[in-house]
Design a protein. Structure first.
Length: 211
């Protein structure tokens, strides 16, 4: 079924969220000929480690998304303040509606509705409001999910998970965070694969689906 989607929108509250939650799926979608547009709502300048340029994450997301095969013209980088998205909720909704008017997306990948990070929650909620008539899947970030409905699985191959990991490795400014580690990336993909009889997989919540 994943092959039917040809115009996909990935919503990443912060740079790296889209790769972490759906990097393998993005790689497979592009391999199958889909156009993938990636929106990063914040480059988290306030959280950049001391001694690094404040725009380092902006440069890293360009490299990371290119690793997955996303074209430069399909990468949109916004500048919302990290951990304060709820104060800009209406403007975020308007940005999403503008995107909807510009292109007829057939799949939206957004954070889980059970994601407890305040920025992630805002993007998830506003994406549902903006794209009521589009299939929406919530991606998995297990360190932020108190619960997660394992309703949809995308079967993947090693090459897709390898592309995901190579993309994550572009975020050198993030240091040795455990969720960026290769063993974590492959272990989670292997676990999800075991659940559906595949070598690897990524898992999504079904927020809304049109068949």
């Amino acid at each position: 079924m994943i092959e039917k989607f040809k115009n996909v929108l990935v919503l990443a509250p912060h740079t790296d969220d889209g790769e972490l939650g759906a990097g393998g799926t993005i790689s497979k979608l592009i391999e199958n000929g889909a156009k993938v547009t990636y929106v990063a709502f914040s480059t988290a300048e306030e959280s950049v480690p001391d001694g690094l340029p404040k725009d380092i994450l902006k440069k890293e997301v360009v490299k990371a998304t290119a690793e997955l095969g996303i074209k430069p013209e399909n990468l949109i980088i916004l500048n919302y303040q990290v951990r304060r998205f709820n104060y800009d909720r209406q403007q975020i909704l308007e940005d999403l509606i503008a995107l909807r008017k510009e292109s007829s997306f057939d799949l939206i990948l957004t954070p889980s509705v059970h994601d407890i990070h305040q920025d992630h929650s805002t993007i998830s909620q506003e994406s549902i409001r903006a794209f009521k008539n589009t299939t929406i899947l919530g991606y998995e970030l297990i360190w932020n999910n108190l619960t997660f409905n394992t309703q949809c699985f995308v079967k993947l191959e090693e090459k897709h998970i390898d592309a995901k990991q190579k993309a994550l490795e572009k975020y050198e400014s993030q240091g040795k965070r455990n969720y960026l580690a290769r063993d974590f990336t492959f272990s989670l993909a292997k676990t999800r694969g075991v659940q559906v009889g595949a070598e690897y997989a990524e898992c999504f919540e079904v927020i809304r689906i049109f068949l």
